[in-house]
Design a binder for this molecule. Structure first.
Ligand code: CXF
Ligand code: ZN
Length: 365
């Protein structure tokens, strides 16, 4: 079928093109997109700050309605409303063990535009194969996705605000609820109040954290952080010593948990120096770059666990339904993050994501 899709053929250039989408293969479904969120990873791929292969259709926070199912699909049917998430092979040791976020095939499936069998689903009018980012390619009117990558949701819900449950919200909320698992009263610091950071703040509130410290450089984001559960804020541009301020707020102890969601490598050092003894610090953003620190500081004085975590350590098929339940109860008000754009305005959506005007730009089809 003919589709319109936002495609990158050379670094930094996104163009909506008419392309040809094939049929859903074994274990795959065809989805008519309702909306798709812009995530910083889309821009990283577009600007070659992540490994990839052009041409590729961007978009990996798609929500839509199943139009057709491929052979062997048993859990979805035409008409089902779905949130699409990250792909995984389903066969490797981590997938078999319930940890698809650590799939052995993550790099090709996330970034190189291929599906589980190694092939692509889109061609251009010259017959050239075009990739689909994260096995979605969701900046398009239709896309093909693996059944295991799509999560069915209540058709009564407006799908549009739910798109980032597939990536950004899952990443922030998962890091807190699945990996950190804070107890009521615990302390946490969140570096970066974009969609991932704010979702982590909402999750920290949900878990009953007593001290939730939000760090950002944009006052409006810090205000939103407070609205979503932060008990303290630090403006990193105005504060001379963020670590000292975190220690002051926590009576000298430092925080038990911290999340780096700002995409700034230098903040890793600040985060690690702000931890309490036996604390857990997690990095989830594509910060890039390197840090220079004396690694002895990770275990002499406070001993700190530092982890990189993809997609919140989630299994989307079990975690996204939980996130939807929290959303329905008003405990995960993700609609506060969204600004909506028409497909014609996709460049503006990327621009506003880049300059921070919009926290979660959502392209509506
Ligand atoms: C990405 C973040 C960097 C590692 C791969 C997954 N998540 C979503 O965009
Ligand atoms: Zn993403």
């Amino acid at each position: 079928m003919k589709i319109k899709a936002a495609t990158v053929r050379e670094p930094g250039k996104l163009a909506v093109e008419e392309l040809n989408l094939g049929e859903p293969g074994i274990g795959e479904v065809l989805v008519k997109l309702v909306a798709s969120g812009v995530c910083h990873t889309d821009a990283s791929v577009m600007n070659l700050k992540a490994p990839t292969e052009f041409p590729i259709v961007l978009g990996h926070e798609g929500v839509g309605i199943v139009e057709k199912i491929g052979e062997g699909v048993t859990t979805l049917k035409p008409g089902d409303h779905v949130i699409m998430s990250f792909p995984s092979c389903g066969h490797c040791a981590n997938c078999s063990d319930g940890h698809p976020y650590a799939c052995d095939q993550s790099v090709p499936l996330f970034f190189f535009g291929v599906y589980g069998d190694g092939s692509k689903r889109i061609t251009d009018n010259d017959g050239k194969a075009i990739g689909s980012l994260f096995g979605q390619g969701a900046f398009a009117d239709h896309c093909i996705v693996a059944e295991r990558t799509a999560v069915k949701v209540d058709p009564e819900l407006d799908l549009k605000p739910l798109c980032s449950l597939g990536c950004g919200v899952q990443t922030g909320a998962g890091a807190v609820l699945l990996r950190m698992q804070p107890k009521p009263g615990d302390t946490i610091a969140i570096f970066g109040c974009g969609a991932v950071g704010i979702s982590a703040i909402m999750a920290a509130k949900l878990a009953g954290c007593g001290t939730i410290i939000a760090i950002d450089v944009v006052p409006s984001r810090l205000e939103l952080a407070v609205e979503c559960g932060a008990t303290h804020v630090i403006n990193g541009r105005e504060c001379e010593d963020v670590t000292a301020e975190i220690r002051r707020i926590t009576n000298g102890r430092g925080v038990k948990f911290a999340l780096e969601a700002a995409g700034v490598a230098a903040l890793i050092t600040t985060m690690l120096e702000s931890m309490e003894n036996n604390g857990l610090a997690i990095m989830v953003s594509m910060a890039g770059g390197s840090v220079n620190m004396d690694v002895t500081r990770l275990f002499v004085g406070p001993c700190v666990t530092f982890a990189g975590l993809v997609e919140g350590g989630a299994n989307p098929r079990t975690f996204i339904p939980k996130l939807v339940e929290y959303y329905k109860k008003g405990q995960l008000p993700v609609d506060k993050l969204c600004t909506y754009y028409s497909f014609d305005d996709i460049d503006k959506a990327f621009e506003d994501s880049h300059n921070g005007t919009a926290i979660k730009p959502v392209v509506v089809f």
